[in-house]
Unconditional design. Sequence first.
Lengths: 67, 134
Amino acid sequence: MFCFKFNKKLYKKKAIKVAEKAYRGFCDFDEPKEDKDYWRVCLKNINQKTANLIKDEFSNYLLYLMR
Amino acid sequence: MKENILKFNLSTDLYPLEAIYQTCYTFLDRAYIYLDSPSAKKVLVSLRGKKKISPEKFKALRGEFMNELLNSALRLEVSKRNRRIRELIVGRALVSAVRPLKKISFKEDSLGIGKTWEEKYGKKAKNKKRKKKK
């Protein structure tokens, strides 16, 4: 499992859910969980190399949704 | 600058969050962007090059980012300032686009409300009866 965090002040949960839906074809996602000031997003069934790329593309897509 | 990543802080007092989002959007095709907030009025921007980028190019990218940020902040400010006049112009344009209704004067009496029954039907009815007899 590969997890990363998004700040609650800067990223909305709704946008994270939309991005997760769009990226569901690449890997499995858990429901975003609250971790103090962050949303914790976890990827499943994915190798480390692909996970880094998915993380970067995912965060870019999330920024696009936040516009 | 480590692992092809450039990090820098922005103050939300100087640059509104909306302007930061807009600027990030224009750079999405050139770098992977990640935002964080280390303190209440600060935003930490992390730019990771999609390909390996030299330190000089990173400096240039940061300069372009800051310029674009200033541009977005200014556009946002001007848009806020001109909001009322923009709404007035659009409102005026929409009102003038509506076709004016035909004015009906009560003096014309198109429905014949002011006429008596005889005036309306009396002569016609008599004429019709006469025609039938003939």
